[in-house]
Design a protein. Sequence first.
Length: 267
Amino acid sequence: MIYLWFVIAGAVAGTCAGLFGVGGGLIIVPVLVWIFTAYHFSPDVVTHMAVGTSLATIVITSISSMMAHNKRGGVRWDIWRIMGAGLVIGSLVGAAIAEKIDGQALQAIIGVGAILMAIKMLFFSNKEQLGKPLPSSGVQFGAGTGIGLASSIFGIGGGSLTVPFLNWAGLSMKQSVGTAAACGLPIAVAGAIGFAWFGQNIENLPKEAIGFVHIPAFLCISIVSFVMAKVGAKLAHQLPAATLKRAFGVLLMFVGAQLTLSGLGIF
């Protein structure tokens, strides 16, 4: 029965990714927390395993998204190469930090992060600053490190952080989104490897897991979300963009509040 829930999680995450134009990690992490908890996995590993597994699934979806954007000339590889080194370092450090955080506390941190993302989507928009000179390589590398660290802890591809930075750096929205999609790959690869590595000798992990990556969940969610993302993308072209953004913001607010209260032991 748990495999059916993984398939459903993949369908929801993929549809939301295509529909709202964000990585599925924002949906996958809380859904996996609920599934693992419902099936009585150890509370000590539930949140870490949800994050590690989410990052593993993003490896697959980010490759697909990156290729699609690259075909349309939307990826600035010169920026990607500089930010990429920082993204890898930040993601590995983020995985190491997350492993040291108590499971309930990590859940609350992710919940607060989701609420902040919701507020950004509901009340703030990304503004293009075309013609602005690019920031220095050091700034790009530093931004990549910070984005990678936060994304690894939250189990997301980082698009919601990378796009605003690239807009600020002077890229068009098309190039910001495309380059952010490509940046999701080093975040996901380094983060997933980090969570698999740092979770090797942790007690109470299920036998199907490699470190903090649950293999059956990774396979089910990756395959189904890859297919359903196309369905979500089709729907996105049939519904008003502003309505979609508000709907996802409300959904994130609800998810974030539930995770925060649960992590604090209130709900």
